[in-house]
Write a protein that binds this ligand. Structure first.
Ligand code: ADP
Length: 300
């Protein structure tokens, strides 16, 4: 009887062990399957991530290149404007020198051949310099602006994209508040972008030594039925009252390496578009530059 029970117990134990083994095997298989699926998903996910990281890298590189190009164009634009006004300033005294030298020649008539000779050298060199200046001016003469219908909000978004990295590097916060469904305006895309870039890069400079919030807010609003207003507001150093009247005059700068051309160029561009560019200090901190631009009529 005892023996019989013992055999029965061992059969039962074997059965349980076999059952357990089958159950465990199933469990292991199930977990292995799950792991395989997860592994596959992970691999797919990683591949996708690598792909999107690559795309981000390519896109960032492209944006950086565009930004560099635009900054270069702005710099060249400023320089070209600078050289062109310099040429204008120089050509006036050159003309005066020429007419004084010619008058002196006439007064001397046939006398003082040595002085006559010197005067003719002066006249020749003056004319040579005037020619160089003339060539330079015709080289720098800008083409006609290309006035086309454009969406000012899109232009601002594109511009912000170009300088976003710059703002981040400087720890400046760039915000935009663009009014929806603004009508199209008529303008030269590159020139208006140059105005925006000038204003934003001035805000960058104004924020340079600021402690606390460093913000630039770009806003568009419909001012009235026929006008859109664009504002570039910063929490920078603001403008001392005594500088206000000089701000838009050529060559006025408070920066050691400034050209003092940006605002005067920007104002002439805005005015060529039928708008006005102005500035006010903010009640709390910083300044707001704002320009108006007329809404395009039916022909835009
Ligand atoms: P530049 O930047 O070469 O000095 P600009 O014509 O663009 O030439 O600007 C003229 C001057 O206007 C600047 O030197 C600065 O004093 C003042 N200015 C322009 N923008 C700002 C601003 N956002 N905040 C304070 N001052 C400004």
């Amino acid at each position: 009887m005892k023996m019989k029970n013992k055999t029965k117990n061992s059969v039962l134990r074997n059965k349980i062990r076999n059952g357990e083994r089958v159950r465990l095997k199933g469990l292991v298989k199930q977990q292995a399957d799950e792991l395989r699926i997860k592994n596959g998903q992970l691999r797919n996910g990683t591949k996708k991530q690598i792909r999107s990281e690559k795309q981000i890298k390519i896109r960032t590189k492209k944006i950086d290149e565009q930004r560099e190009e635009l900054l270069h164009v702005t710099r060249v634009g400023k320089l070209a404007e600078f050289v062109s006004s310099l040429a204008h300033e120089i050509s006036q005294p050159l003309t005066a020198i020429l007419s004084y030298a010619q008058a002196a020649q006439r007064m001397l008539a046939d006398r003082e051949p040595e002085i006559q000779k010197i005067l003719s050298y002066i006249i020749n060199d003056d004319q040579r310099a005037a020619e160089v200046i003339q060539r330079l001016r015709s080289l720098l003469k800008k083409g006609k602006p290309e006035m086309k219908p454009l969406d000012i909000n899109t232009l601002i978004n594109e511009t912000v994209l170009l300088i976003a990295t710059d703002a981040a590097v400087r720890n400046d916060v760039l915000k935009i508040e663009l009014e929806n469904n603004l009508p199209l305006v008529r303008g030269d895309r590159i020139q208006l972008q140059q105005v925006l870039l000038n204003l934003i890069s001035n805000s960058f400079d104004a924020l340079e030594s600021i402690q606390g919030a460093r913000e630039i807010l770009i806003r568009t609003k419909r001012l009235d039925t026929g006008t859109i207003i664009v504002e570039v507001k910063d929490s920078g150093c603001g403008i001392p009252a005594h500088n206000m009247p000089k701000l838009f005059t050529r060559f006025f700068t408070s920066k050691p390496d400034g050209l003092g051309m940006g605002l005067s160029i920007s104002r002439s561009i805005v005015e060529a578009h039928g708008g006005r560019l102005n500035v006010k200090n903010n009640p709390d901190r910083g300044a707001t530059f704002y320009f108006t631009i007329p809404i395009g009529t039916k022909d835009v």
